[in-house]
Design a protein around this ligand. Structure first.
Ligand code: ADP
Ligand code: MG
Length: 360
């Protein structure tokens, strides 16, 4: 009997609206969703329909994505001590960062309207609500890493980014040595932590004009992993006649948000020199991730060795992908005719990911 449980919600698809640039250029909309969980891609030589259980079209609000994707359940599972991961993937400009963080770097006058906040901030709010109702029984801390050019860097360390070693041990699996972890107790604290890590001025201060640029350039060139550690004491109530244990067993869950760099076609973007090294590293790790996912999607009996060691990204995601984790994937796509082939490849990727099961 296959004991794998599918606690992981199925992949969600998010189609962003056409951007003003795309509209001005006269791009056609080639992606349609009928509200029945299907995504239709129709263009001159392509006509394909994909079925998913959660599809969010251009009109869907950030709140609808949070509530309808299974994100809220993921937060609750992290509180119960599970390792949970949400990752956004799709080509550059498809809406990954928007889905996770909202228009963080776009609004000239921070903070962004509450309705536009992304999955991250909504999850933080959920966690902090729980933390308030449970009092000192719940402690939250954050670590924030990026993988840039196959190097793991700590985004929370002050000063220039420092590279950290990625190690493996029998008990811990793959882990990053010496990564910083910062406690937080309020929404403001974690929001400021993010802004500082991304080199954006803290909320309330004058926004630099370059920040939108900086964030975009930065975030599409590296994979960013924010991990929230949730430590809680199990709230078991024993009958009063039974001797109470001096220390309650504790639960330790994690909630990890992964903003993957977009796949780039080097030829098309005209990247050269340093940029093409970056693009090749991004493509290599996305390819490794795709490879692991298609192997994991095979029935357990037929699985071969999963090559997590092929990239830093797959090493760091090993537990969430195939092991004891619970994972939500959000595939982001653009509706534009210009993005057709990337959109099809993202949808195929998400279809494969649907068959992956883990043993949380
Ligand atoms: P990525 O992180 O995948 O490279 P972004 O999240 O930066 O893409 O999105 C690209 C552009 O599209 C941004 O200007 C963003 O504000 C806009 N955008 C993305 N998704 C949406 C959405 N659902 N609604 C409105 N604008 C969006
Ligand atoms: Mg981005």
């Amino acid at each position: 009997r296959d004991t794998s449980v599918s606690l992981s919600p199925p992949p969600a698809i998010r189609v962003r609206p056409l951007t003003s640039t795309e509209t001005r250029r006269g791009d056609r909309r080639v992606v349609h969703s009928l509200g029945d969980g299907t995504v239709h891609v129709s263009a001159a030589r392509h006509d394909a329909t994909f079925g998913f259980s959660a599809v969010f079209d251009a009109g869907a609000s950030q709140e609808a994505v949070f509530e309808g994707s299974g994100m809220r359940q993921l937060v609750e599972l992290a509180l119960d001590g599970f390792s949970c991961t949400v990752f956004a993937f799709g080509q550059t400009g498809s809406g990954k960062t928007y889905t996770l963080m909202g228009p963080l770097a776009q609004s000239e006058t921070p903070p962004a309207a509450p309705g536009l906040l992304g999955l991250m901030q909504r999850s933080f709010a959920c966690l902090l609500e729980q933390s308030r109702s449970r009092g000192s029984d719940l402690a939250l801390s954050a670590s924030y890493l990026e993988i840039y050019n196959e190097q793991v860097r700590d985004l929370l360390s002050p000063g220039p980014p420092c590279t950290l070693p990625l190690r493996w041990s029998k008990t811990r699996g793959f882990y990053v040595e010496n990564q910083l972890s910062v406690d937080f107790e309020s929404l403001e604290a974690i929001a400021d932590l993010l802004l500082q890590a991304l080199d954006l001025p803290p909320a309330g201060s004058q926004r630099r004009r370059t920040s939108a640029h900086a964030l975009n350039r930065h975030s599409s060139r590296s994979h960013a992993l924010l991990t929230i550690h949730v430590r809680s004491r199990a709230s078991i109530t024993l009958p009063t006649r039974v001797p109470q244990p001096s220390a309650c067993p504790s639960k330790q869950g994690t909630l990890c948000f992964v903003d993957l760099a977009g796949s780039e076609r080097v030829k098309e973007t005209g990247s050269s020199g340093e940029l093409s090294v970056e693009a090749n590293n991004i493509n290599r790790s996305l390819l490794a991730l795709g490879h692991c996912i298609s192997l994991l999607a095979k029935p357990r009996g037929k699985r071969t060795h999963i090559p997590y060691r092929d990239s830093k990204l797959t090493r760091l995601l090993a537990r969430s992908l195939g092991g004891s984790g619970i994972t939500l994937m959000v595939a982001c796509i653009s509706p534009s005719s210009h993005c057709l082939s990337e959109t099809l490849s993202t949808l195929h990727y998400a279809s494969r990911a649907r068959r992956v099961t883990t043993r949380p």
